[in-house]
Design a protein around this ligand. Structure first.
Ligand SMILES: *Cc1c(COP(=O)(O)O)cnc(C)c1O
Length: 239
């Protein structure tokens, strides 16, 4: 059973926490996009959040996303975000159909995305995923390779790089995650300065930073996150 009132209350509480975290560091809360991560949740939960005003939704698995997107196709101003790696054989299913891909993480995948975007004559917004801790279990380019990826993305006509995405080593203690957020913010600042003036990239000061989940999004906002990806704190625990 979907409890619409609880989802609406949770959304309001998360918005409140985003506002407080932003103001705490002198940032405008409006500059932060809340992506409601609806993986494993039924379409009814998405409708409940939508009814409460939520428009940005994130899914991890292309097939699951396709099924749910079809179920809520009547919500035409809903914006989909695909989080993390998209298998190469699934790339053509998402290009041009989602607002933002939060997980460009390898050159072959990037190539495939660029080819499909070019063929479909669309400009797909993407974020480059960086695996700062170089965890074997996570995707993402290394910090050292980020410049090269940005150069290639700047030259990929169908892809529009908007910024960076981080999935840091998991720790329930947000304070333990904070150094990764700080390091990611520094990397974002370095890249946007290094590539300032490149017309196919966002101008300096406008690079997005997708980081922060239910247990640590306030810390992420304090370190510059422009997109927080929150599931559990909105929809409750996943089955
Ligand atoms: C599931 C997921 C989230 C949301 O996690 P919660 O802890 O439920 O907020 C955020 N980002 C990614 C990449 C995820 O896979």
């Amino acid at each position: 059973m979907i409890d619409s009132a609880t989802i609406a209350e949770n959304l309001a509480a998360v918005a409140d926490r985003i506002g407080r975290a932003a103001r705490h560091v002198g940032r405008d809360p409006q500059a932060i996009t809340l992506v409601a991560v609806s993986k494993t949740q039924p379409a009814a939960a998405i409708r409940a959040a939508y009814a409460a005003g939520q428009r940005d939704f994130g899914e991890n698995y292309v097939q699951e996303w396709q099924h749910k997107a079809a179920e809520v196709a009547d919500l035409t101003d809903l914006r989909w975000h695909v989080l993390g790696h998209v298998q190469r054989n699934k790339v053509k299913l998402v290009i041009g159909k989602v607002a933002l891909l939060h997980g460009v993480d390898d050159m072959l995948g990037l190539d495939e995305m660029a080819r499909h975007a070019w063929q479909a004559k669309v400009q797909q917004d993407v974020l480059l995923q960086v695996n700062l801790a170089q965890e074997a279990t996570k995707r993402g380019c290394t910090e050292a390779d980020a410049d090269l990826f940005v150069e290639v993305l700047a030259r990929s006509p169908g892809l529009r790089l908007r910024g960076l995405m981080l999935l840091p080593p998991f720790d329930l203690d947000a304070e333990a995650v904070r150094p990764w957020f700080a390091r990611m913010c520094a990397l974002r600042d370095r890249l946007q300065a290094a590539f300032a003036g490149v017309p196919t990239l966002p101008s300096a000061g406008h690079w997005w930073l997708s980081m922060g989940m239910s247990h640590d999004f306030e810390a992420a906002i304090e370190h510059g996150a422009t997109h927080v990806r929150v599931g559990t704190a909105i929809f409750g625990p996943r089955a």
